[in-house]
Design a protein around this ligand. Sequence first.
Ligand code: AMP
Ligand code: ZN
Length: 135
Amino acid sequence: MDCIFCKIIAGQIPSIKIYEDDRTFAFMDINPRSDGHCLVIPKKHAVTLWDIEDDELRVTMVTLKKVALAIRKALNPDGITSFQLNGKAANQLVDHYHVHLVPRWLNDGVDMRHGLQPGDMEKIKGLGAKIAAAF
Ligand code: AMP
Ligand code: ZN
């Protein structure tokens, strides 16, 4: 299947992994909205919230919480924005269900409406390692 996130799970495309279990995977977003922005995905391919099986959704949400706790421990943000887009009209770019976790700090000025901007890969790797070590 020609899905970039399925390829990341399979290790065919490199990623900065922060967590993996038998059914879910989490990795750093390479166009981060804030320091520590990462994505949580089910390993079983599904495109949107409409398609994902209930059980896959459940395990993805449990991992989402684990990752959010690791982010809190590693980066001590004031908050976290979690969001998930469905369909072109909602600006979904990658057709494999994923939930964003965007750490937030008071008055950080993060604007979710801005387009994608590539981050500094060395910085992202460092933040990823810090989060991965906090599970
Ligand atoms: P969206 O489908 O709009 O919810 O967002 C897709 C997200 O995936 C964007 O924030 C991208 O920066 C991110 N993304 C796309 N390709 C990669 C990749 N190879 N590694 C990490 N993040 C990616
Ligand atoms: Zn996929």
